[in-house]
Write a protein that binds this ligand. Structure first.
Ligand SMILES: NC(=O)CCC(=O)C(=O)O
Length: 259
């Protein structure tokens, strides 16, 4: 039996080089969010490591044996929350790797060191079905659309946009995914560290199914809370019933015609 409302907390964590320090800090914030009444808690992309291909190998772990899963599973149990970052109801591997080159601004090649996941992740919770995408995954509307059509009430994107693409696209993309699919969208970034090699945009946010931002923050460490009322899904979906009006007969072949 699903509950019709819940409180989500997106922890915009200050992340440094030391994995254990990061995990302890994350655990403290998870417990703080639980004390504030959060039921679902989200950590950013790369919560145990700075974001940068040079750090990934050193901070990587096996799942579920690794230190991060152990610490965060304990934190989730102690806080009695559903934790995105903690495991192990579901495991999502980033499907679209962040390989971009904006001349004079930013070049990043995740594929130098990472391989992509190959499956969409959805999982049942006491608050309805949810789906995860990681950061660059948010640019691909197909993922969120499939999740919505599988009955998801929320897309959660742990992410780490930057100072070039953040101001351009971070808010736009999450509002677009919410409006396209009439579901809630939550994003969670690390806090910005101007001494790091990659400066995260921050601005962790929660968007409702009509595309409105219901909670957000700037770039410092913060916890963003939002009360989610799932009744809103019905209201929005009945008022503008795009999911019933789609003409899949007209676009059957995005995939078949793809070059
Ligand atoms: N970590 C990422 O995938 C970054 C994605 C990003 O910044 C973008 O613009 O997309």
């Amino acid at each position: 039996m699903s509950s019709n409302s819940f409180k989500i907390a997106c922890i915009q964590l200050a992340v440094g080089f030391n994995k254990r320090t990061n995990l302890d800090r994350a655990k403290g914030k998870i417990l703080e969010a639980a004390r504030e009444g959060a039921n679902v808690v989200v950590l950013p992309e790369c919560f145990n490591s700075p974001y940068g291909t040079q750090y990934f190998a050193e901070h990587a772990e096996s799942i579920p044996e690794g230190e991060s899963v152990t610490v965060l599973s304990e934190a989730a149990k102690e806080a009695k929350v559903l934790l995105v970052g903690g495991e192990l109801i579901a495991k999502h591997r980033k499907i679209h790797l962040f390989d971009i080159d904006i001349p004079g601004k930013i070049r990043f090649q995740e594929s130098d060191i990472l391989s992509p996941g190959n499956s969409l992740t959805t999982f049942d919770t006491g608050y309805g079905k949810m789906s995860i995408g990681i950061c660059y995954d948010m640019r691909f509307p197909e993922l969120a659309m499939i999740a919505a059509r599988k009955g998801c009430v929320m897309m959660i994107y742990p992410g780490a946009f930057n100072m070039t693409t953040g101001p351009l696209h971070w808010e736009l993309l999450q509002r677009a995914r919410a409006v396209d699919n009439q579901l809630f969208v939550a994003t969670c970034s690390p806090a910005r560290d101007m001494d790091a090699t990659y400066n995260a945009w921050g601005h962790s946010t929660v968007v409702d199914p009509s595309g409105q931002i219901i909670a957000t923050t700037e770039h410092e460490e913060a916890i963003v809370y939002a009360d989610i009322d799932l009744q809103q899904l019905q209201t929005v979906r009945q008022s503008i019933p795009v999911s019933m009006q789609r003409r899949f007969d007209m676009y059957v072949d995005v995939a078949a015609n793809a070059k």
